[in-house]
Design a binder for this molecule. Sequence first.
Ligand code: SF4
Length: 437
Amino acid sequence: MTTAQAKKVFIETYGCQMNVYDTELIKSILISNQFGLTNSETEADIVMLNTCSVRDNANRKIQNRVHEIKHAKKDTLIGVLGCMATNFKTDLLENKSFPIDFIAGPDSYKTLPSLINSLLTTGNQQYDVTLSEFETYSDIQPTRQDGVNAWIAIMRGCNNFCTFCVVPYTRGRERSRNPQNIVEEVKQLVKDGYKQVTLLGQNVNSYRYEQYDFTDLMKMVSDVEGIERIRYTSPHPKDYPIKLLEVMKERHNICNQIHMPLQAGNDRVLHKMNRTYGKQEFLDLVSQIKTIIPNIAISTDIIVGFPTETETEFLDTYDVMENVQFDSAFIFKYSERPNTRAAQKFPDDVSEDDKKSRVIRLNDLQNTMSLKKNQALIGTTQAVLIEALATKKSSNEVQGRTDCNRIVILPKQNQELGQTLPCLITDATRNVLKGSV
Ligand code: SF4
């Protein structure tokens, strides 16, 4: 057998930003162990699928993908990483029609080189899905993509156990990185030319390291000279102390944007989801946020058709959306995720037609609100950070973002990547603004 170090690895990433970040960590681990990386699946000796359990039919999609890869090239070694690895370890290893060679869970990426070596030496399937209470990968510098934004995972895991979510089981308990170590990373990113950092965590504002909480960390990151914009995702509504909002208001380099998952607007459904807040508490929090930071942009996530949700209860969600006037929203139909408490205890009993109709009504409402909010910006001047020197549609346009995270398309002149320019907003659709410098 050849040694692992002579092998070329292709990594395919599914799911959330945390997985994209983990792929950056995995690349660094592989490079420092003398593996080669390739962007071509056909050139690869090893394909790693960094998976997600959140989307519909995730398991079936990965099974199909594994068969496709093996069909294209029989001797390719296939590894399943990420949330599905933990969640489906036994299924994967016992299902003979599922020809995978190794499995590594989100806390086991440092063992990948030795797993692959053992696989090559013994020819036996290998796995490590141990969940750690300590692993934060703070000693690994991710192999980042070029651009103006760098993601930094400041904490991992989740203690909240929302009944529809598999993350606490696949990624383990919350643990946070040393703030000094995060600050050093931000300083290095500034030196490397990044203009914006996005602090990342499954439950980002639950960050706690010794006496430091999330507000303390935000202040420390904001104090780093040269960092122009700071964002964070995804927070939980239960962790929004006034002092955090005050810091966001005071610091010019912390963006006026909050992504705050509502999930549902009815108290009984929220309780069944184990979200630990009710409709009025959410509305009170939003009103507090808007009082402290009046020009804040708030986006959200919503699940419709959670088990037993009635039409009347759904209308509470509609009511909260109308009341809050979110800037944008990601609206999903509920579907069971294996191994969650909801899947085990609550039959998925809302009809597909009802779920579809609820998604359509919320999307219609959100589209109207987003368009109205974007149109209200026509004629204003916004600071736009240039993040791409072409758009998907044209090489004669550049793309940037406002502080509130709205996409702005500008005619191409001599803008440079990473510049922040004052732009006059001249037109708006529900998804983008158009402007001129
Ligand atoms: S807060 Fe809830 S939805 Fe978010 S990761 Fe934790 S359990 Fe999942």
